[in-house]
Design a protein around this ligand. Structure first.
Ligand SMILES: *Cc1c(COP(=O)(O)O)cnc(C)c1O
Length: 419
């Protein structure tokens, strides 16, 4: 592998080789990351990166599309099957692009979106003031009613919806560990004449693997997602429409030419390959194991009396209040655990009293380690090591944990393919 780049460009080769080693020997606990198969990587590295394919299959602006059309059609068909959608747009370059295109498709400037509060788990693209989206649209947010159980305040959400008349009722999150009551979102959206959209970026793999509910089964109209998180595909975005042809047409126009130029066909080929993998029965086992592994970690933190936001987890991620549990900041915890070979991220927690760059929490999850074949006992061991490092914080403890983590990593190599 890399024989050409190694010969031609020592600088870039060195960094890629370093990253490969980092991934091999460390543990990836960032809940939005994963390890793709060699087949997905091959598609990403293919000649398709040379091709311009503006437009959609059968309706392109350039010639030479016999193979790109076939690839995009396969990706679309597999995405539809995977998520029970009637329409799919596989061209968004990432999750943020998918959301921006979705807004472009459904909103006029000045329109209102009702989404999850950022500090309660929502994503930047759900209306954080640092995004340009907030210059165009109005974002109003709902929150958890009870931070210790994770229950959303659906009553307040309904009252707000009736007052602000949103065009979109937006569900979805990057840092929320419970399952939402989808029927309530849909009921509120219907009541105020809004479109119900779920951004499933974090849990698309769990939905595809049928380990959690599919929001389409409860009547959501549209789902946006990334393809590179628990879904274990290449970096990219995807928009799914449950059944409305009218909405699907608007989405297609918004993605291209509304927002993007030429689609990244190498990435679309890799999405098709990853969707093919996710359609296999073994992916269902993978998705269920992610949940079991998170539960195993939750159990350890509970035993030690550590404070988890929402009291634990029903999905792939845990939000730990390290400020209260270990009298340490999120940034300090992130740095300490990084030294011990556990990669995760600091994260704001609901009603955080600390600053966003050094918040009170850390966020971590199990999709990547589950891909490596980790089972409950391995994840429990990781949680014990985390607690030991966060409690003792001395060099000897960090070094001991680093060795244990490296051993766990090396005995669970990143797989090249999935059964
Ligand atoms: C990750 C994420 C995104 C953004 O995806 P990118 O590919 O990083 O642009 C959007 N929404 C949610 C809920 C996410 O978790």
């Amino acid at each position: 592998m890399y024989s050409h780049i190694k010969k031609q460009d020592k600088e870039v080769f060195g960094a890629i080789a370093g990253e490969d080693k980092r991934q091999r020997e460390g543990l990836e606990l960032i809940p939005s990351e994963n390890y793709v198969s060699a087949a997905v990587k091959e598609a990403m590295a293919s000649s398709l990166t040379n091709k311009y394919s503006e437009g959609y299959p059968g309706r392109r602006y350039y010639g030479g599309q016999q193979f790109t059309d076939a690839i995009e059609m396969v990706a679309i068909e597999r995405a539809k099957k995977l998520f029970g959608a009637k329409y799919a747009n596989v061209q968004p370059l990432g999750g943020a692009n998918a959301n921006i295109a979705m807004y472009f498709a459904l909103l006029q400037p000045g329109d209102t979106v009702l989404g999850m509060d950022l500090s309660h788990g929502g994503h930047l693209t759900h209306g954080h003031p640092v995004t340009y989206l907030t210059k165009i649209y109005t974002f109003v947010h709902y929150q958890m009613k009870n931070v210790e159980t994770g229950e959303i305040d659906y009553e307040a959400m309904r009252r707000t919806a009736k007052k602000v008349k949103p065009k979109i009722v937006l569900a979805g999150f990057s840092a929320y560990p419970r399952e939402l009551d989808y029927t309530k979102f849909v009921a509120i959206a219907r009541e105020v004449g809004a479109i119900a959209v779920m951004d499933i970026a974090h849990i698309a793999g769990l939905i595809a693997g049928k380990a959690v509910r599919n929001p389409f089964d409860d009547g959501f109209d549209i789902m946006t997602t990334t393809t590179h998180k628990a879904l274990r595909g290449p970096r990219g975005g995807l928009i799914l429409v449950r059944e409305s042809e009218e909405l699907a047409k608007k989405i297609d126009k918004a993605v291209f030419p509304g927002l993007q130029g030429g689609p990244h066909m190498h990435q679309i080929a890799a999405k098709a390959v990853a969707f093919g993998e996710a359609l296999k029965p073994s992916f269902k086992k993978y998705a269920k194991q992610i949940l079991k592994n998170t539960k195993a970690m939750e159990k350890v933190f509970k035993k030690h009396g550590a404070r988890m936001i929402a009291g634990g987890s029903d999905n792939h991620l845990i939000l730990l209040d390290v400020s209260e549990s270990f009298q340490i900041s999120g940034a300090e915890a992130e740095a300490l655990l990084d030294r011990a070979g556990m990669t995760l991220n600091k994260n704001v927690i609901a009603d955080d009293t600390r600053k966003p760059m050094d918040p009170s929490g850390i966020r971590f999850g199990t999709p990547a380690v589950t891909t490596r074949g980790f089972k409950e006992k391995d994840c429990a061991q990781v949680a014990e090591l985390m607690i030991e490092v966060l409690t003792k914080r001395n060099d000897a403890t960090v070094e001991k944990a680093r060795r244990a983590i490296k051993k766990l990593a090396l005995t669970h190599p990143i797989p090249e393919s999935f059964p």
